[in-house]
Design a protein around this ligand. Structure first.
Ligand code: SF4
Ligand code: SF4
Length: 263
């Protein structure tokens, strides 16, 4: 195995290990990501752990794009476990695309309204409604866990791989806004770049992308921006000719550099 292939293999093992660890510890950490507890806390004027988590999720996307979805999301991990055992490529349902952005707006609006009705944020309590520190500390917690797992796995089984991320996850909207902004403003950040002259049109990138993106087409267009790219690096690490790589720096000017795909 060449040095580059070994680095790629190690990187993907690390990414999957992180995701699997988050899935295993989800019964403990579930409340720390909870989009519901953050709203209950808002109505009590409390900034809880998930308030800081989701704020960080948005701010970090200005630097890391959607890498948190690809590397540090337990819900993404649950789907990737399913996708690796029962693969199903995701169809591109244009009509479903706006749904999650609508859900993001509803969630954000509810959060702001509850905070306003509660008189605004007045204190910090990181363990709000999780006093023991463990999310599932009674039987009812497993019911909530089951509902969340079902909500995430059903789209992955019946729509396609990472189907929840693509069409239903309201929180990915935060990361997409950050990624779009950092690309538009060309902020110094993590991004992907490609070199179409190295591409041998083998199609490995398309087949391996966990988000079912048209990666080969993106390479040919010399525009690796896609709002659903989770910066997992699978295409980077599987491309046999090194045509795709991660880069830190100012993202390319999409308008100036984008080309039509080669015929
Ligand atoms: S895996 Fe690499 S060489 Fe193969 S189609 Fe994709 S970019 Fe081209
Ligand atoms: S395009 Fe590459 S980095 Fe982006 S989601 Fe697909 S495989 Fe991951």
């Amino acid at each position: 195995m060449s040095g580059k292939a070994a680095i790629g293999s190690r990187r993907q093992k690390t990414r999957l290990s992180l995701l699997y660890l988050l899935v295993l510890t989800f019964p403990i950490t579930m409340n720390y990501f909870s989009p519901v507890i953050i709203m209950m806390a808002a109505s009590d004027g409390v900034m809880n752990f998930s308030f800081f988590y989701w704020t960080g999720f948005l701010i970090l996307s200005l630097l890391l794009g959607r890498a948190l979805c690809g590397w540090l999301c337990p819900l993404g991990g649950i789907q990737e476990i399913k996708d690796r055992s029962v693969p199903k490529r995701l169809p591109n349902y244009h009509w479903l695309r706006p749904l999650k952005f609508g859900l993001t707006l509803v969630w954000m609006a509810a959060l702001v309204a509850l905070a306003a009705l509660g008189g605004g944020y007045t204190r910090v309590d990181l363990l709000y409604l999780t006093e023991s520190g463990v999310s599932i500390d009674r039987a009812a917690g497993w019911v909530i866990y089951g509902i969340i797992a079902g909500m995430v796995l059903l789209p992955a089984f019946f729509v396609g791989q990472r189907g929840f991320c693509h069409y239903f996850c309201p929180w990915s909207g935060l990361n997409i806004v950050g990624t779009w902004l950092k690309t538009k403003l060309r902020l110094w950040s993590l991004h992907l770049v490609s070199d179409a002259s190295k591409c041998t049109n083998c199609g490995t990138c398309d087949r391996s992308c966990p988000m079912s993106l048209p990666v080969h087409e993106m390479v040919q267009r010399a525009d690796m921006y896609h709002h659903e790219c989770i910066y997992c690096g699978t295409c980077v690490d599987n491309c046999p000719s090194g045509a795709i790589r991660y880069r830190w720096g100012r993202p390319p000017d999409r308008v100036r550099e984008a080309k039509q795909p080669a015929q």
